[in-house]
Design a protein around this ligand. Structure first.
Ligand code: CA
Length: 231
């Protein structure tokens, strides 16, 4: 799940990004409304959720909402604001925001609001994702292999392993290139080392007990990776 955060207060931005990363969200954080829009305009379909602060340098959070809705984007938007007067709330909702959080707020409340927005959104994430013998659990960030003849094995995953497996499982039997995986799983501005995808896939395969005779995650040499739904 990828999320865009536009917040110009550095301390708050760092805290929110950290809290969300712990929940395995991939967070692109912008400090300025105009810069955020220049990216978001062509990339909003990458995101599952948006968090906009109301008062921003450049374009305001309200203007970002208006422009998104002007592009017919259904991306759920949570507005952060220090304003709690009724008429301002109405302006925000009219501009297309889905929910509000008044500053200062506690992180558990932010996370709960985001979960609620996700449940109502067209990009709704299921509680579990199953492909072939593999089940991914969003609540526990774990994977389970279901073999008819073998014992069920549940494997705890790190945030990155979870994101990688989720992405592969969302595209079963399709080849995903290293660049696609990098663009999907690493945040804007992060510069991962060149073999990071290969290293992550290796770790994940080892954890899943993936064997080479009938691999679940296939290495398509020189191209990318494919999740085999019949493994
Ligand atoms: Ca602000």
């Amino acid at each position: 799940m990828r999320l865009i955060l536009v917040e110009d207060e550095p301390d708050l931005g760092v805290a929110v990004k950290q809290a969300l990363s712990h929940q395995a969200y991939i967070v692109d954080w912008f400090l300025d409304g105009t810069q955020a829009w220049s990216y978001l305009e062509d990339h909003w379909t990458q995101y599952t959720l948006a968090i906009f602060d109301w008062m921003l340098p450049g374009l305001s959070g309200i203007e970002l909402c208006r422009r998104l809705r002007g592009k017919k984007s259904p991306l759920p938007v949570l507005m952060l604001t220090a304003k709690d007067r009724m008429e301002e709330k109405i302006i925000g909702l009219d501009s297309g925001a889905d929910d509000y959080l008044i500053k200062p707020f506690r992180m558990p409340e932010l996370l709960a609001r985001l979960r609620a927005l996700q449940r109502r959104s067209p990009h709704f994430q299921p509680q579990q994702l199953q492909v072939g013998s593999l089940m991914l659990d969003y609540a526990t960030h774990s994977a389970t292999r279901i073999h008819p003849q073998a014992e069920k094995r549940t494997i705890a995953l790190t945030a990155k392993e979870f994101q990688l497996l989720e992405y592969l499982m969302q595209h079963p039997n399709q080849i995903l290139t290293r660049d696609q995986i990098l663009n999907q799983l690493w945040e804007i501005g992060e510069e991962p080392v060149s073999n990071v995808v290969a290293a992550q896939v290796r770790l994940l395969r080892r954890k899943l007990g993936d064997d080479n005779s009938n691999p679940l995650i296939e290495n398509i040499y020189g191209v990318g990776y494919r999740l085999n739904s019949s493994a």
